[in-house]
Structures are given as structure tokens and as C-alpha cells.
Design a protein around this ligand. Structure first.
Ligand code: ATP
Length: 270
């Protein structure tokens, strides 16, 4: 048992943002949340961690309605890394990671050895040990992203929600991060734009379009040429190269450009 959304509806400014979304990420597995810009991925992650309330429908943790659980109990279980997470005060990288221990500490008590161990371990796993004492404002975009991920790891969650965590990361750190998420064996829900990264690292995929789930299942069942064309408007070929047989997506061109091509302009070939 873990987090689940059942027929969740969310509106903003009178617009329907999530339209009856049900998701049940398999426990202990990595689920990729896909969909074009504005399809509702961030909103769904925020509803699942209780930051936003659904207009109707239910979010549950281990079968219990999330809004009936104590905030502290949820915070000890569920860690979130949002897009463009920022911190206004003057903190070092290690200070930001220490924030992840707050749900585990008694009010006004100093950090325990276990707290410091969790912080050092999180810094190490995100390749940030040598940046621990650097002030936040001196870190690069990718380093800040990794600090936020380290903060979530220090929280030692069982459920981990990540909103486009590979944004800003170089190719090595993108792969290291998703590999690490797999190793954690937590229930992870990760919003991603890169379909090949999703195919490589996710056990399960959920695809949103205009606030609705349009596909869910194993990457090889979900990532078809027809689905990518339909949802993203992009022409692709999907192959399943050895050794792992996971889908690999090669972009041939966008459907908009193909239409332009027919009317005289050139189609982009990837
Ligand atoms: N507070 C808000 N007020 C009005 N509209 C909102 C609000 N929050 C989100 N939206 C709209 O809801 C839709 C879904 O937004 P959301 O950020 O969840 O999408 P997303 O799939 O995460 O997009 P992206 O891939 O661009 O990050 C968008 O059209 C967005 O403009």
C-alpha cells in the first residue's frame, strides 16, 4: 500500500486542471509521469502530497484519506522535490539538506547522530560532499537541483515525488539521479519530459493529456509510435534494442513540421 489518487478533480481560475485522475503507483517501484506542457503533472504531484486539495475525488496513503492524516506523519513518509525549488534565506548546501530531517526531529531538539548521518549520506549520494559548506546562492542550477534531491533523500521517505528532477542536470547526473532513485526502492513518482530516460528507468508509466490519464502501464506497452504522435504531436520510431529490450524513441519530426513540409517548408529529421 502506498499513495493513490482516485478520480481526482482539481480546478484553478474556473478551469479544469485535473479531470478525474486515478493513479496507483506500484509500491517500491519507479513510476514516470509523462505528458506535454500544461497537462497537469505538477498539479497532480502537489495534490498527491497534500499541498493542493482536490475539488473532488480522494488521495489516500496506505488506504487512509490524506487529509485526515497528521501533517507530521505525512512529512515523515512523503518527500517532494518541486520544480524551481528555491530558498530565500542564507543557507549552505548542507543546511538545506538538514531541512529534510525536520519531520524526524522533536521540536527544539538538536540534530541527533542519525540526523547528521542521513545528511552526510544524502550529500554523498548526490555527489555534493565537496559542496556541503557552499552558500546556496553560489551554487549552479544543477547543483541546487541536486541539493533539493539530497534534502528529499535525507528525509528517508517511503514515497518520493519528483517534478522534472533532471532539469538543469548534465547527462551524467541525469542518469546517476534516476539510477539512484531506482536503488532507493521507495515508491517514486517522477514527472519527466525525456521519453528515453522514462523508458530506461521507470517500471511503470502514466501519461496525462489535458488533465486526463490517457495511458498507463509498462513502458513497452505505453511508449508506442501512435501514442507519442497522438499525445505529443511528434513522429517517432520505437525500437527495443538489446540488452534490456526497453523502448528507445527516435524522433523523426514533429507533425506540425510535417504539415508545413507538405506546404513547402522542410521537415526536421532527428
Ligand atoms: N494556480 C493556477 N491558476 C491557474 N492555472 C493554473 C494554476 N496552476 C496550474 N495552472 C494551469 O494548469 C495547467 C496544468 O499545469 P501543470 O503545471 O500542472 O502542468 P505540467 O504538466 O506540470 O506542465 P509543465 O510540463 O509545463 O511543467 C496549465 O495549463 C497551467 O497553466
Amino acid at each position: 500500500m502506498t499513495l493513490a489518487a482516485d478520480r481526482v478533480v482539481r480546478t484553478a481560475d474556473g478551469r479544469l486542471i485535473l479531470d478525474g485522475v486515478s493513479v496507483a503507483p506500484p509500491a517500491g517501484a519507479v513510476t514516470g509521469l509523462l505528458g506535454p506542457n500544461g497537462s497537469g503533472k505538477s498539479t497532480l504531484l502537489r495534490v498527491l502530497c497534500g499541498v493542493l486539495a482536490p475539488a473532488s475525488g480522494l488521495v489516500t496513503l496506505d488506504g487512509h484519506p490524506l487529509d485526515r492524516l497528521r501533517r507530521g506523519d505525512v512529512a515523515r513518509r512523503v518527500a517532494v522535490v518541486e520544480q524551481q525549488a528555491d530558498t530565500l534565506v542564507e543557507l549552505t548546501a548542507a543546511d538545506v539538506v538538514r531541512l529534510g530531517r525536520i519531520p524526524h526531529r522533536r521540536p527544539w531538539s538538536p540534530p541527533s547522530r542519525a540526523d547528521e548521518r542521513a545528511v552526510l549520506d544524502a550529500l554523498d549520494r548526490t555527489d555534493l560532499t565537496d559542496r556541503a559548506d557552499r552558500p546556496w546562492h553560489t551554487l549552479s542550477g544543477g547543483e541546487r537541483q541536486r541539493v533539493q534531491i539530497a534534502r528529499a533523500l535525507a528525509q528517508e521517505p517511503r514515497e518520493l515525488l519528483l517534478d522534472e528532477p533532471t532539469n538543469h542536470l548534465d547527462i551524467q547526473h541525469q542518469h546517476d539521479l534516476l539510477h539512484l532513485v531506482r536503488l532507493l526502492r521507495v515508491t517514486a513518482l517522477v514527472a519527466l519530459h525525456d521519453l528515453n530516460l522514462a523508458a530506461m528507468y521507470c517500471d511503470h508509466l502514466v501519461v496525462l493529456r489535458q488533465g486526463r490519464v490517457v495511458a498507463a502501464g509498462a513502458p513497452s506497452d505505453v511508449l508506442t509510435e501512435a501514442l507519442v504522435a497522438d499525445v505529443y504531436g511528434v513522429r517517432v520510431t520505437v525500437t527495443t534494442p538489446e540488452p534490456d529490450g526497453r523502448p528507445h524513441i527516435r524522433v523523426l519530426g514533429t507533425l506540425t513540421r510535417a504539415r508545413e513540409g507538405r506546404s513547402g517548408a522542410r521537415e526536421h529529421r532527428g
